[in-house]
Design a protein. Structure first.
Length: 693
């Protein structure tokens, strides 16, 4: 028996991007564990990825190419050969492209975060073809845009310093479920005497373990940040030297913050004025005393109409109090902007040859699939190639998404590991490899290590890496550019820009052997300013925002759907709904792993006792959650974890594995955020009633 240990990296959409060690015995992977030497992973994996072997060898893995034989959505297929599959796809795409290649659309996101298996050979193929471009906005572009206007890029506090902070504000996130290794650092800070404050409409697992939980109304985070600024400025809890040397637009910010008294802020946010005052004093006084204060900002609070502005407002706070002076101070939304990823080399936009295809927003896929050709929209979408994504489960206004994919005249190809909700609508279904079966290179958005993934085992069945599938399609369609012949290792060797000082000594072969290498970044990236904004400063006033038609100064943008902003709608649908991820799933990944689904149980809706009583709902009753867009059914959990007026539907379930064949996205909207063209999943009003037996 031959036993080896292979260095790998977790591919999933999580800030932690863990370093893995895969044990292989006679060609079979037997264990996946965390690398104890990797400074952030430290040998610890979440419950999901620790069962990655179960997922790879799952009895329902797709192992062969398939052609649909039933109706769309039925999930009935027959096995075909790779040659048949590639011939049929190439023939269909070729006919469509001859009319207008923009009628072909790729649909992908972060089913893998890999730079190679994510968007490299795939985008080379679609760029050469001239297909429609996809605006990949489904998760984080609102916040990233607001942060970029303010800070200049997705750069922030290194996770390895958070344990030295004296105050950590966890804003809009539940790291116990979605950022485990940050939570470990926060717990260490707590043991050393730091105060932890959670800001979240819902008392999550994380909020329960913090010293304080501020349960504001969904979509009002921007107002709370303005109220904090008001108190900080009013009470002189500022670092005037840092403001003068490293910020732009303080006087304009001061005038705007003056409008947001603690009383006005409290009324907007549904909290008390005392909570606003105390939060600002906790933050500002510690910073004034020279102590490091840190904010861990996450994605939940940006999935509302004003989500981009909310992130912008919060991103102003560290510069006001000089928190950036400390390695353990400042803010982290994402560290992805620290990485000099060489995407042009991987994706080859030059293959467009000057063409400018239209862009389709992945958030509005449901509506867009139902549109006919028009001068404004362009050609009707005739073909969709889905990879690294499950739009039937994850895209908003799910009824429209299903109707769009059910079109008999839509040619759909899906690359997948399992027969997901989306795979059921495929005309051709192609088996893709998992992370244990292919090569990839990774950056991270929660730490600062370049990561390598080595293939631990041979592909199961006839599964192929995404890259190889698009190579085959390119060859069959006659694309003979040399770039389509590059191997995965040759692609990975281009993943990071070697000329950038941050990736000093990047060498793919060395990275594969070691598994990980830290970027060359300063401990405190903005201790002396040097923000990557147009002015080189933290921009409280942004002329770029003004040029883009936005308010250049931090502001509050009310939700589309709330009692305050839309009382007529709220009279009909009085409950706000948010749908954060369930602890045992990662977006729609892992839902079909029986052990994890058994732990999660079934779809639940958390509802406050007062709201439940008003609707005759008891704990354990089946509840119907509905609005004008649709409805779904979940088991009611009557709990004060949900504040009055709020219901929480933990997501994202595969529809086929839910009792009624639906999930929370039946009621979410395709409306977009204030900036970044992102979804507004948590800007949703619903009503709840006891479901019929």
């Amino acid at each position: 028996m031959t036993t080896t240990q292979v260095r790998a990296a977790c591919p999933h959409d999580c800030p932690d991007t863990c370093a893995l060690l895969v044990t292989v015995k006679d060609g079979i992977a037997t264990e996946v564990k965390g690398d104890p030497d990797h400074p952030t992973t430290a040998g610890v994996l979440c419950t999901k990825v620790s069962r990655y072997v179960d997922r790879t060898y799952h009895p329902e893995r797709l192992l062969y190419p398939m052609r649909r034989v039933g109706n769309k959505g039925e999930g009935r297929f027959e096995r075909i050969s790779w040659e048949q599959a590639i011939d049929e796809i190439a023939a269909r795409l070729g006919k469509i492209a001859a009319r207008d290649p923009q009628a072909i659309l790729p649909y992908s996101y972060c089913g893998t975060m890999g730079l190679v298996q994510g968007e490299s050979m795939s985008l080379r193929f679609f760029n050469k073809l001239g297909a429609s471009l996809l605006d990949r906005t489904i998760c984080a572009t609102a916040g990233a845009t607001g942060y970029r206007y303010t800070i200049g890029g997705s750069i922030g506090t290194d996770i390895e310093h958070f344990q030295d902070a004296k105050l950590i504000i966890i804003w809009g996130g539940n790291p116990i479920a979605s950022n485990l290794h940050f939570w470990t650092r926060a717990q260490e800070a707590k043991r050393r005497g730091a105060k932890l404050i959670a800001i979240d409409p819902y008392r999550s697992l994380t909020a329960e373990k913090c010293h304080q939980h501020i349960a504001l109304l969904p979509g009002t985070d921007a107002a709370l940040a303005l109220g904090m600024m008001h108190v900080l400025i009013r009470d002189g809890l500022l670092d005037h030297d840092y403001i003068e040397r490293h910020t732009l637009g303080f006087e304009e910010l001061k005038a705007r913050a003056a409008e947001w008294s603690p009383e006005r802020t409290a009324a907007t946010c549904g909290i008390t004025a005392e909570e606003v005052e105390n939060l600002a004093h906790d933050y500002g006084q510690l910073a004034k005393n020279g102590e490091p204060v840190a904010i861990r900002l996450n994605y939940g609070m940006q999935r509302v109409r004003g989500g981009g502005m909310a992130v912008r407002n919060i991103a102003c706070l560290p510069a006001l109090v000089g928190a950036w002076r400390h390695a353990a101070g400042g803010i982290q939304l994402s560290t992805s902007g620290s990485f000099p990823a060489n995407r042009p080399a991987l994706q080859r936009p030059d293959l467009l040859n000057g063409r400018k295809p239209r862009t389709i927003n992945m958030t509005t896929i449901g509506g867009d699939l139902l549109k006919d050709s028009s001068p404004e929209f362009g050609p009707k979408i005739e073909a969709v190639i889905v990879y690294n994504a499950n739009p039937l489960a994850i895209a908003p206004d799910s009824g429209k998404v299903m109707a769009g994919f059910a079109r008999e005249d839509l040619f759909t190809v899906v690359l997948e590991h399992f027969c997901t909700d989306s795979a059921d609508y495929a005309d051709i279904l192609l088996p893709a490899t998992t992370q244990l079966e292919h090569v990839d290179a990774h950056l991270a958005y929660g730490h600062l290590y370049m990561m390598a993934n080595n293939a631990a085992i041979a592909p199961l069945g006839e599964a192929k890496p995404n890259t190889e599938i698009f190579r085959l399609l390119a060859a069959r369609m006659g694309f003979d550019d040399a770039c389509f012949k590059e191997t995965d290792d040759e692609l990975a060797a281009q993943a990071f820009n070697k000329q950038d000082a941050r990736a000093v000594h990047f060498d793919w072969e060395s990275l594969k052997r070691k598994g990980w290498q830290k970027l060359a970044m300063p401990d405190a990236p903005f201790a002396d300013g040097g923000f990557p904004t147009p002015s080189g400063k933290c921009e409280f006033y942004s002329s770029t925002m003004l040029a883009d038609g936005l308010d250049p100064v931090p502001a509050y943008i009310a939700p589309y759907e709330s009692a305050a902003s839309n009382p007529e709608l709220a009279a009909k649908y009085p409950l706000a709904m948010i749908s954060p991820p369930a602890r045992n799933f990662l977006n729609s990944t892992f839902v079909n792993v029986q052990s994890l689904r058994a732990t999660e149980g079934e779809p639940h809706l958390d509802i406050h006792p007062l709201d439940a009583a008003a609707r005759g709902l008891a704990h354990g009753d089946m509840a119907r959650i509905f609005n004008d867009r649709g409805s779904f059914v979940a088991k009611a959990r009557v709990t004060d974890k949900a504040r009055p007026g709020l219901v929480v539907g933990l997501s994202v379930w595969w529809k086929k594995l839910a009792g009624d064949g639906k999930n929370a996205n039946e009621v979410t909207s395709q409306r977009l955020t204030d900036m970044g063209r992102a979804p507004t999943f948590y800007d949703t009003l619903v009503e709840v009633e006891k479901a019929s037996p």
